[in-house]
Design a protein around this ligand. Structure first.
Ligand code: URA
Length: 181
């Protein structure tokens, strides 16, 4: 069953700034849900997560591991584009979290991979810095179940700091390995 949110007006500011609600994509059959931060301009225009520059990196890195976008679930912490690409506010993350948790329950993955600080701190209590947890296999209760969450640097991080690419490759490789095992 496909999980989508077709109408929502919980966040005044995001209702103003979005063109549409951007739902997750992919059937999740590999057993992985990737969670990003929020739709950017490209995602807002096309109605699909991770289709801009960082989406290109994520898609290419998955393809290098023999994985297509269709067999994982790719979604975001909030489904509406924030104004000027600002970070989602805590209240917005809280308003959208029930949708995210319901989506994770629907696809029932072996691994949830959080891409960057925003989804990581949103889903795992007690985390403050990515460097402390990147690549770790964290156990945390999300909705109906305790799940494995593996934090990965956001794909955009390597555009600013090439040294992060190796860690991103290793982390995505581990995520796929966990799902396949
Ligand atoms: N960055 C995100 O976190 N999510 C997207 O959908 C695109 C870029």
């Amino acid at each position: 069953m496909e999980y989508t949110v077709d109408a929502c007006d919980r966040c005044d500011s995001l209702v103003e700034s979005r063109s549409r609600i951007v739902n997750g994509v992919g059937d999740g059959s590999l057993g992985v849900v990737f969670v990003g931060e929020a739709p950017g301009a490209d995602e807002d225009e096309q109605g699909e997560p991770f289709v801009g520059r960082s989406g290109g990196i994520l898609t290419e890195k998955l393809n290098d591991l023999g994985v297509s976008r269709d067999e994982v679930r790719i979604t975001n912490s909030v489904r509406c584009r924030p104004p000027d690409n600002r970070d989602p506010h805590v209240g917005e993350l809280e308003s959208c979290r029930p949708y995210l948790v319901a989506e994770i329950d629907t696809y029932d993955p072996d691994v949830v991979c959080t891409l960057g600080r925003v989804p990581t701190t949103n889903l795992v209590d007690g985390v403050t810095a990515m460097r402390d947890v990147v690549g770790d296999e964290l156990r945390t209760r999300l909705g109906a179940k305790e799940r494995t969450v593996v934090p990965c640097y956001h794909p955009a991080a390597m555009l600013y700091d090439r040294s992060k690419e190796g860690v991103i490759d290793e982390t995505l490789g581990r995520v796929v390995e966990l799902a396949r095992s």
